[in-house]
Design a protein around this ligand. Sequence first.
Ligand code: FAD
Length: 285
Amino acid sequence: MAHIGDLLARGRTFSFEFFPPKTDGAQLTLGRTIAELEPLAPSFVSVTYGAGGSTRDRTHDIVAWVRRETAITPMAHLTCQGHTRAEIAQILENYHSAGIENILALGGDPPTDPADARPSDYEYAAELVADVAEAQGFSVGVAAHPEIHPRSPNRAADRQRLAEKLAVADFAITQFFFEADHYLRLVDELAALGCTKPVVPGIMPVTNTSQVQRMATLSGAAFPTWLAERLEAAASPEDVRHVGVEAATRLCAELLDAGAPGLHFYTLNRSTATREIYAALGLSV
Ligand code: FAD
C-alpha cells in the first residue's frame, strides 16, 4: 500500500471514487465494478462518507475490504461536521488498525433540518486536516472547488482557505467541472498564493443527464449550454452515455496536456464510462 502524497510525487495518478451502497443488490454491483476496474491498475480508489457519520461503518468496511482483498491502495473520505474530537480519534484509530494510510479530510455539509444537527467539535475541514496530520501515518487530501464553494463569500476567500488547508495537506481533489479553464484558473490562483501542492481534477462523465444536473446545481458547478444541448439531442440512454463519455474524454485530454497531476473519476459505482474514457485516452493497460 502507498501514501497518495508519495504516489503523486512520483508521477500522475489515476483514481476512482465509489460510494457505500445501501442495499445488498447495490453492494453486488459495487463488487462487480471494482473487479472490472481493477485491471486498469488505478493508483488508488476512494470511498465517500455520509455527512454527519451516516455511513461511518459502511465506509470503513468497504475501505478495509479493498485493502484486504485487492491490490489497490484505498483512501477513506471523512467529514468532520457533526463529529466530536473523540469520535474522529476513534475513527482514525480504526483506520490505522486496518492498515489504511490515506484520508480525504472534508468539512461536510450541515443537515438540511437543523433538528438533525449532532454535537460537533468541528466547523471547517482545516480543523480535521490538522487532527489527521497530528495522528501521523496518514497522507491527507482535501477538497477543492474550481467554481468556488457555494458557501464562500468570494473567490479570493475561497482560494485563501484552500491554500491554508493545502499548507498542511499533501494534495487536493477537485469537485467536478466541465470546462478545463475552471481548473487551470484554480491552479494559477493557488500558485499566486505560493501553493504548488498537487491538485487532481475530479471528472464526472455524464451518463444520466438529470442526475448530474442535480449534482452540479448542489455543488455549484456550471452545466454548460453546449453540453446540455448535445445531451438533449441524444435519442437514447446509450446515446447520452456516448455524448457524456466523449465530452469527458476531451476534458481529460486537455487537462493532461495542460500538466494536471492525475485524474480522479467519479464512477457512481459503475465501470463502463470510466473504462471507455481510459480506452479513448490510451490509458488501458
Ligand atoms: P471546508 O474546507 O470547511 O470549506 C467549506 C466552506 O467554508 C468554504 O466556503 C470555505 O471557503 C469556508 N471556510 C473554510 N475555512 C473557513 C474559516 N476558517 N472561516 C470562514 N470560512 C471558512 N461530502 C460528504 O459528505 N462526503 C464525502 O465523502 C465527500 N467527498 C467529497 C470529495 C471531493 C473530492 C469533494 C470536492 C467534495 C466532497 N464532499 C463530500 C463535499 C464536501 O463535504 C462539501 O463540498 C462541503 O460543503 C465542503 O467541504 P470542504 O472540505 O471543502 O469544507
